[in-house]
Design a protein around this ligand. Structure first.
Ligand code: FES
Length: 297
C-alpha cells in the first residue's frame, strides 16, 4: 500500500507492520542485504524500501523459494517507491541477493557506518529535531507567475497569539517572477499557528504579463520580464552572477571562459564545414538543478 494515499480508517482491525518491527534481534535479511549492497545513500527513503522489500521477499520466498528474482522482477515490485539519491542499483541487487538466500545468515558487512540506523528507521533528519522553545517557520509564496507587490500588510499576522516573528522583503515595488517565489514569512510556536498567520498576511498584487519557456521568452512580443531590473536578475549558478549583455529576455555572458570567445564555436563549426568535415548540430536542454540539503541533520 502507498501509505500517503491510504486513509487511516481503512486500517481498522488490520495489522500494520512498520519498520520498527525489524530492529535488534529481528533484523530482516532484506535489511542486511541493503546494508551490504549499499542500497542507500541519505537513507530518507530507506525504511520504506526496506518494508516494501520485506513484503516482496516474503511473497517471493513463499512462492518461489530461493530462486533468484530478475532485476525486472524487483524493479516492478518496488515501482512507485522513489529514491531521490538514485540508490536503485544497490537496492535491486540487495533484493535479488536477499531473495536468493544470501543473507539468511546473520553475517553481513555494512558499507556505511550509519547503515544500521537508516535501514531500521532510527536515523534522525531535520523534521525529527525538536529543541526547547523551537519555533516553526513558514514562507509566503507568490501565487502569480509575474506580479508587482504593491503592499504587504503583516499587522494581523503579527498580532496573533503564538506568532513570534513576521518578516517581508523590504523592497517596495517588489516584483515576483514565478509561482512559488518567496517574499514573506512568519515564525510561530507550532505549525497550525504559523499557517494561520500566513493566511492572515494581506498582499496587494498588480498582475503583470508572464511568459513560460525559452522559445516563448525569445519571441518579439514576449513581455520583458527583467525590464530595467537587470542588476537584480538572479542566477541558478552557485556563486556570483557573471556580467552579461541583455537583449530583452536573452542574457549572454561577457565572460571569457577558458579562452573561448563568444562566437568562437560558430567559427570552428564554419571552418569544419568549409573543409567538408561532417558536423552534427543539436540543441540540448536540461532543467535547473540546485542541490538542497534539507534532509540531513
Ligand atoms: S537514499 Fe533514497 S532518497 Fe536518499
Amino acid at each position: 500500500m502507498v501509505s500517503c494515499l491510504l486513509p487511516a480508517h481503512h486500517l481498522d482491525n488490520k495489522n500494520v507492520q512498520t519498520i520498527e518491527a525489524f530492529s535488534g534481534e529481528n533484523l530482516h535479511p532484506v535489511q542486511r542485504a541493503l546494508m551490504a549492497h549499499d542500497g542507500l545513500q541519505c537513507g530518507y527513503c530507506t525504511p520504506g524500501f526496506a518494508i516494501e522489500g520485506i513484503a516482496f521477499y516474503e511473497r517471493w520466498r513463499a512462492e518461489r523459494g530461493t530462486e533468484r528474482p530478475t532485476r525486472g522482477d524487483v524493479a516492478e515490485a518496488l515501482a512507485g517507491h522513489l529514491c531521490r539519491c538514485g540508490a536503485y542499483a544497490g537496492i535491486y541487487e540487495a533484493l535479488q541477493a536477499a531473495c536468493a538466500g544470501e543473507f539468511d545468515s546473520e553475517e553481513y558487512t555494512p558499507q556505511r557506518v550509519d547503515a544500521l540506523e537508516k535501514v531500521t528507521g532510527q536515523a534522525q533528519y531535520t523534521t525529527d529535531v525538536h529543541l526547547e522553545g523551537q519555533l516553526v517557520g513558514k514562507i509566503l509564496r507568490s501565487p502569480h507567475p509575474h506580479a508587482r507587490i504593491l503592499n504587504i500588510d503583516l499587522s494581523e499576522a503579527a498580532k496573533m497569539a503564538g506568532v513570534e516573528a513576521t518578516a517581508a522583503l523590504p523592497d517596495r515595488n517588489l516584483i515576483v517572477r514565478y509561482v512559488g517565489q518567496p517574499f514573506a514569512g512568519v515564525a510561530a510556536v507550532d505549525e497550525a499557528t504559523a499557517q494561520k498567520a500566513l493566511e492572515a498576511i494581506k498582499v496587494e498584487y498588480e498582475i503583470l504579463p508572464h511568459v513560460v519557456g525559452l522559445d516563448a521568452a525569445l519571441q518579439d512580443d514576449a513581455p520583458d520580464v527583467w525590464a530595467k531590473q537587470h542588476r537584480n536578475a538572479t542566477s541558478a549558478a552557485e556563486g556570483a552572477t557573471p556580467p552579461g549583455h541583455w537583449n530583452k529576455n536573452l542574457r549572454t555572458s561577457r565572460m571569457n571562459m577558458g579562452g573561448l570567445n563568444p562566437g568562437h564555436a560558430h567559427k570552428v563549426v564554419d571552418n569544419l564545414k568549409k573543409q567538408g568535415k561532417y558536423v552534427h548540430a543539436e540543441s540540448y536542454y536540461n532543467g535547473i538543478q540546485v542541490h538542497t540539503a534539507l534532509k540531513e541533520k
